[in-house]
Design a protein around this ligand. Sequence first.
Ligand code: ATP
Ligand code: ATP
Ligand code: MG
Ligand code: MG
Ligand code: MG
Ligand code: MG
Length: 269
Amino acid sequence: GEDVGQARPEYVKSFQVENKLMPSTWIVVRIDGCHFHRFSDVHEFEKPNDEKALNLMNSCAVAMLEEFPDIVFSYGVSDEFSFVLKKELSQLYKRCSSEIVSLIVSFFSSMYVMKWKECFPQKELKYPPSFDGRAICYPSSKILRDYLAWRQVDCHINNQYNTCFWMLVKSGKSKTEAQHTLKGTRAREKIELLIQHFSINYSTLPAMFRQGSSVFRHKHLFKESVVKNAHSLSSDYVTVRVLNDGFQQESQIVCAALTAFLSLSGRPL
Ligand code: ATP
Ligand code: ATP
Ligand code: MG
Ligand code: MG
Ligand code: MG
Ligand code: MG
């Protein structure tokens, strides 16, 4: 009767709706730490930038590129990382969004836990970190570059704010006072505040803090004059690079690296 019909696999499966990512587009999966404001407090990250925590993120990203040949480029800042998947070739899980995102998020989270001790030998991991993730399709290399530029501008704005905020707090202001002092200030004023009150020249702070990190397959695609400060060499073919000078505008460094990557791999913008 009816009950038997309703137990048939086709019937149950008919509730699974397709969630395929558009063909012939770049797929970007961006993951972000869940409640890392709290996670960084509980684990006493240095503020505004804990270098070890950033290196842990980078080293997880290296592991991602080693595990998934479909990932061609990635960019990270704070508790987030964007993974760019090959345009035409990506048949990873037949471009099914929920499979790809869950695979990347779970592998990254496991790596973060596995590599914790390497980066924080003196610190106990107090609770399991989690990450959320989403997949976005970008139909052209130019739009993909604009996406990365957006993430890097975000890094720049947040880092400039956080650097001022934590200098004010470390100099004795309350968090509310520091917030109040910075409210409505422009980039220029923040740079001046750092120089005048704390003798800090913002542009000399580590590139990784100001500009984020790119992880990509190296294979000597980049001239050494363009890519500097390799701060970790995890395997023969994947290297973590912090991109710094050599370009006019800071916010375009990651994009320039991507442009170079695309043109050298035969896919100019
Ligand atoms: P959500 O779950 O919505 O992402 P969140 O607390 O993770 O919330 P984010 O906007 O993702 O909020 O910000 C991440 C926060 O994690 C930063 O504000 C910062 O406090 C902290 N954080 C992440 N990485 C570092 C680091 N390397 N050094 C210091 N603090 C960090
Ligand atoms: P996929 O990545 O496609 O899921 P898979 O190898 O994980 O591939 P599944 O169909 O999910 O394939 O099957 C899981 C396999 O894991 C089982 O075939 C079995 O060999 C093994 N497995 C899982 N749990 C157990 C368990 N508790 N005891 C023994 N073997 C297990
Ligand atoms: Mg989030
Ligand atoms: Mg977060
Ligand atoms: Mg974040
Ligand atoms: Mg399985």
